[in-house]
Design a binder for this molecule. Sequence first.
Ligand code: FAD
Length: 389
Amino acid sequence: MFPFQGVDFMGFDDNLSEQQKLVRQTVREFVEDRVLPLIKNCFREGRFPAELIPEMGEMGFLGASLEGYGCAGMGDVEYGLLMQELERGDSGLRSFVSVQSALVMWPIQEYGSDVQKERWLPRLRVGKAIGCFGLTEPDFGSNPSGMRMKAVRDGDSYVLNGEKTWITNGTLADVALVWAREGDEIRGLLVEKGTPGFTATDIHGKWSMRASVTSSLSFVDCRIPAENALPGATGLKTALACLSQARYGIGWGCIGAAMDCYETARQYTMLRKQFGGRPLASHQLVQSELAWMITEISKAQFLALQAARLRARGRLKYFHISMLKRNNAWMALEVARRARDLLGANGITDEYPVFRHMANLETVKTYEGTDNIHALVIGQKVTGLAAFS
Ligand SMILES: Cc1cc2nc3c(=O)[nH]c(=O)nc-3n(C[C@H](O)[C@H](O)[C@H](O)COP(=O)(O)OP(=O)(O)OC[C@H]3O[C@@H](n4cnc5c(N)ncnc54)[C@H](O)[C@@H]3O)c2cc1C
């Protein structure tokens, strides 16, 4: 296989500044040199490559779009390209960075007190501390408004009781941002690793996101200082705003996984010969598949770019993000499935990255709002009618 050169059929790069290209190239090289040599074994072993965390911190990948506290202050396109390149490596790696950046650092900066910001952001930025985001519960996934976890105020403390599950980085995390019900209000609170009554255990048996830590969190009479509540994080809408940050990055990230699958299939079918020594890529049905893939990747790139432009103007709304996340996750999964087919039997092995991406993208389609739920968000926008319940 030849070194990855990117995928650009429609002159996408004409829209990028030199600085944006430089960010992309830097992350691409990091993925080539540091991620690709180890990711296959990590996936086999069901292990997150935690050894990459300090380097990612040093390179400014954590909290990259935030300003202050030493964060890189990347623009919307640069941040998107960072996510794209990381996910070309593996969706698990991009998920780690998404959670740390968009679901932990962003809410601390947006909703936290000065003390909370000072305590956590500098350490989270360099990867000396790791965070996780606990919204999903065993009985409430697509509908987090039904959550049962409780936070009861008792003097200078909150006492937490409840369960969270499917939490990325759960057992790795030094701090968990968890969402709990205080009376009628939902609020976000920081719980530190080692707090009595708080335990995290890993979920095993995953066929997807094997190079990512996924955990369940349990809280039994877990007492935390009242000042661990994020002052601005009240109401489900504040939790959903964090998800909007993360979904924006996912919309870009999926393109990286799709590019890797497309490029692997293109190169494979150019080299592999069947029926009279002709390369597979010379057959019409194979070309039709490659044409489908590059068309969908190109459309996804421009959808992401338009989302970045809207975001830079403060006009990116949650329903735009639903379209971006839903379309690009679907596109990438479909590209991966078609690429897997074009690789024939070789496509089911981990000699090639395609099946790994395909398995990961099943999660990407489901988490951060399922394909169906984002369809309902878009449906509500265009009809004015909510079809959720
Ligand atoms: C690897 C992994 C990592 C994750 N990381 C995190 C994390 O860090 N933090 C966190 O809080 N959560 C996390 N999640 C949880 C994830 O966000 C949820 O799995 C997701 O929201 C879906 O919830 P559910 O699995 O309970 O599915 P359900 O809500 O039970 O949905 C099952 C199916 O029913 C459909 N459905 C549900 N309601 C409707 C409806 N009204 N109309 C039509 N169809 C509907 C869904 O679209 C889906 O197809 C993670 C999940 C995975 C797999």
